[in-house]
Each structure stands twice: as C-alpha cells, then as structure tokens.
Design a protein around this ligand. Structure first.
Ligand code: G3P
Ligand code: MG
Length: 348
C-alpha cells in the first residue's frame, strides 16, 4: 500500500505510522485525565503489536503557557515523558513569524495576567503590551473592571503615543469586554489608544494586523456540554466591530484546522524523525500520520485537509447520537486507546 511505501524508517525497522494527538476531549477533559489516556500512550512506547516505539506529537488549540511548562504538567498527568519538541499549542506557530515583529509594538491577548507576554518574548517578540498594561495606564478605558493586585503587579508601563502594529490573540481571553473594547480602539485608530483625533483621521497609517490562534467555537472540557472557545471571542469581537463600523475586521487565523498549523506540525514530525535517524527527504508522510481528535471542525477537518489519516473519538465535542460528523474521518473510535489499536491493526 502507499502508506507502507512511505512508512517511517526507524534505525531497526520501519514504523508504518505516526500519531498526532489532540489534547482536550481526547486525553484530558479540563483537569481530568481520561481513563484510557495513560494506557494509550504506553502503547506508543513499544507495548504494541509492532514491537517498536511509534513517533507521536500533540497538537492542541489550547495554550496559555510556554511549551516546556505545559509539557511538565502533561508529563505528570499522562505518566509518559512529553518533550517540548512534541507539543504544538495554538500559539506555537507564532514562533515562525515572531522575528518579523521583533521591533514592533504588538498587543498580546488571552491567558492569565502576563503569562503570554513571557511566552511571546520567548518566541522573539520584544515590544509586547497586554490589555492589563493599558487598563493600568488609564482605568477609564473600561470603567467596569478593576485590576486585581496580581494583574496590577504584573502590568508594565504603556506609552499611548506609540502605535501598536499588530494584535495577537494567543489564547482564550479572560476578560472579553475589556479586550473587545481595546481591540475596537486600536483597530479603528490604526494602532492608537485614547486619541480621539486618530479615531477620526487614520490617513497615512498602516492598518493594525489582527491574528487569532484558535478558531474553536466549541471545545470539550470537564463540563458535560462543550464550552465556547476562542472562536466565540472572535465572533463576539467581530459582532461589536461590525455594529460600530459596518464591516468585520480582516484577520489571520492559525490553529487547527488551518493549513499553516498542520504544515508546521508536519515539519515538527519530520524533525522528530530526523532525530531518530529516520528521515527520508522525498517521503510523503501524509497518510501515515493519524490525527486523533474529538472535534470534527478542527481535528478532522485539518487532518483531512493535510492529507493525513484522521480518527474521530466520542469523548469530547463529538458525541454518539449527534448525527454524522461535519467532516468525515478515516475511522471512528470510542476513545483514544481504541483509536490507536484500530490504526495499528490497519497498518500491520
Ligand atoms: O482552548 C482549548 C480548546 O479550544 C481546544 O483544545 O486540545 O481540543 O485542541 P484541543
Ligand atoms: Mg479537542
């Protein structure tokens, strides 16, 4: 079969497959570890019918902290070592663009306090502002909120005379109202906050670039019903912006199912195989990668678009009885353990 002809070469034998795991709704539900998750990941460490280690990565539309911090937590939750080279979060792809903004003032939204400022600076952004900095500079920008002592101590000075060049929504915003207000301010004035003249006269200034890192309208948490994700924030912002200006604001969308995120993931997988001395430059690895996910709109749509194989599990957003999935997976499984078993049976 095509897959065998382009399987993954390991020093002793080929691994005919590689896996890409979604996290929320597949391995975790909120803080809960799904019961099959630990057994499933041990299958990839050699306890399988192929009798070999099977390359695998994790692609999540989640995030909020640096990859190494998230990996330490995932390693303790899942009982197997997970390295930063195996983890792609919603904002990880921004590592590949950060150098273009190294000296430009940018707004970073989402997550807690200034956790994501630290992540952005680790990626190479050097002039990062957060909505908390702006609110600390002038609380009347949004009078219905008071910074917590934690936020105030983490805020940094904000200079309203310097225009912001781009706004990146790294992770799910915690204060939609404050963030939507600030986005509407800077996008209408091409980068400035609090200057009425610039609201009315944007001549000669470049529009602010707007980037979202996670399109999920819904995601699978430990609540019995799927929760609204960063895609909901995007639609709330666009609804207010359109009411104010008559049109939606143009934006770049990363995260699953975007092609950029899956191409970035494929490069990570190839690097992983390089490390194992198994790279083969002209190998088309697509169909030999199995994306295991719970959300047809992100995991299955993205894998199908990238010409990977896809397995939809019923432990997260998609639930048995909710009708055919909006994107047809290669296979369907009850849970992550069954998904791996089905893929290995199919490839052996
Ligand atoms: O915020 C996380 C959520 O949108 C989805 O995460 O791991 O299911 O892609 P995941
Ligand atoms: Mg998920």
């Amino acid at each position: 079969r095509h897959i065998r002809s382009c399987g993954i070469q390991t020093p002793e034998r080929r691994s005919p497959v590689a896996f890409a795991f979604d996290i929320d709704g597949v391995l975790l539900r909120g803080k809960e570890v799904l019961p099959q998750a630990r057994r499933a990941l041990r299958l990839l460490d050699g306890e399988n019918k192929l009798g070999m280690k099977i390359p695998h990565i994790f692609i999540t539309n989640g995030g909020g902290v640096a990859e190494d911090i998230r990996c330490r937590k995932l390693t303790s939750q899942l009982g197997v070592e997970i390295k930063p080279t195996q983890l792609i979060q919603a904002h990880t792809v921004l590592k590949s663009v950060a150098s273009q903004y190294a000296d430009s003032p940018v707004l970073v939204l989402g997550g807690k306090g200034d956790d994501l400022r630290l992540v952005a600076e680790e990626y190479g952004f050097r002039r990062v502002t957060t909505p908390i900095d702006i609110h600390a500079w002038n609380p009347s920008i949004w009078p219905f909120y008071e910074l917590s002592p934690y936020e105030r101590e983490r805020s940094r000075p904000f200079d309203p005379t310097i225009p912001l060049r781009a706004a990146f929504v790294f992770h799910d915003p915690r204060n939609w109202s404050l963030d939507i207000q600030i986005l509407c301010d800077i996008l209408q004035s091409r980068g400035y906050v609090g200057n009425a003249d610039y609201h009315n006269n944007t001549a000669g200034r470049e529009p602010v670039e707007l980037v979202f890192c996670n399109p999920d309208l819904l995601w699978g948490s430990d609540f019995p019903v799927a929760r609204i994700g960063q895609g909901g924030f995007r639609e709330a912002f666009q609804g207010v912006y359109k009411a104010l200006t008559g049109s939606r604001y143009p934006y770049v969308q990363y995260g699953k199912p975007s092609e950029a995120t899956f191409r970035f993931a494929e490069r990570i997988l190839l690097d992983l195989f390089e490390d194992q001395g198994t790279s083969d430059a002209n190998r088309q690895i697509g169909p030999s990668i199995y994306m295991i996910g719970d959300n047809p709109e992100s995991d299955i749509a993205g894998a199908n678009g990238a010409n990977w194989s896809s397995i939809l599990v019923k432990t997260g957003v998609y639930r048995e009885g909710s009708g055919p999935p909006s994107h047809r997976p290669t296979l369907m499984a009850e849970d992550v353990e069954e998904a791996i078993t089905m893929a290995l049976r199919r490839e052996s």
